[in-house]
Design a protein around this ligand. Structure first.
Ligand code: 4NP
Length: 168
């Protein structure tokens, strides 16, 4: 069976991070995942989106950019976009920051969706069902907590991708 892999298994992982505005949590998650996958030398398609449209075309919140920079990641080039039904076919996994994002995404999912939809922290041992808290209305300290959460998610994704590669 070693060399018998179907297209989906052979394809690089495609993961979409989802929040409300796509300017705080999901771009931080994308930035953390980009850094973690690059460090592990694993190729992946990584993107982020929001369920809302208020910030479409905007760069990440300045506080999110500053926190990412402090942690060695540059997310300044990202631009917010809204989740579209086609994302449910383009990505293997759509990871929502909180329950509301998850519900709103489900409402948009087309009948032929192939993506798996989960909460981001479902991937982190001991944190199943938890939300990544929205730092938008809080102080700068919230963004450090967001980075810690999304880094744990990124690490779990890399671990899973690495074991899929070695067993593939
Ligand atoms: P995010 O945070 O969903 O993590 O990007 C928010 C960004 C903007 C708003 C709310 C949350 N807003 O209401 O504009």
């Amino acid at each position: 069976m070693d060399d018998v892999r179907n297209d989906r298994e052979a394809r690089k992982p495609a993961i979409l991070f989802l929040c409300l505005g796509n300017i705080c949590r999901s771009p931080l998650a994308e930035g953390a995942a980009r850094a973690a996958f690059a460090a592990a030398g694993i190729d992946a398609t990584l993107d982020s989106a929001g369920t809302g449209d208020w910030h479409v075309g905007h760069p990440p919140d300045r506080r999110a950019q500053a926190e990412a920079r402090r942690r060695g990641a540059d997310i300044g080039g990202l631009r917010a976009r809204q989740l579209v039904p086609g994302d449910f076919r383009r990505f293997d996994l759509i990871l929502a920051a909180d329950d509301t994002n998850l519900r709103d995404a489900l409402a948009l999912a087309p009948g032929d969706a192939t993506a798996e939809l989960r909460l981001m922290l479902d991937l982190v041992p001991g944190r199943t069902g938890e939300s990544v808290a929205d730092p938008y209305y809080g102080d700068d300290g919230g963004f450090a907590a967001t980075w810690d959460d999304v880094s744990a998610v990124a690490a779990a994704l890399v671990t899973a991708a690495a074991s899929a590669e070695s067993s593939g």
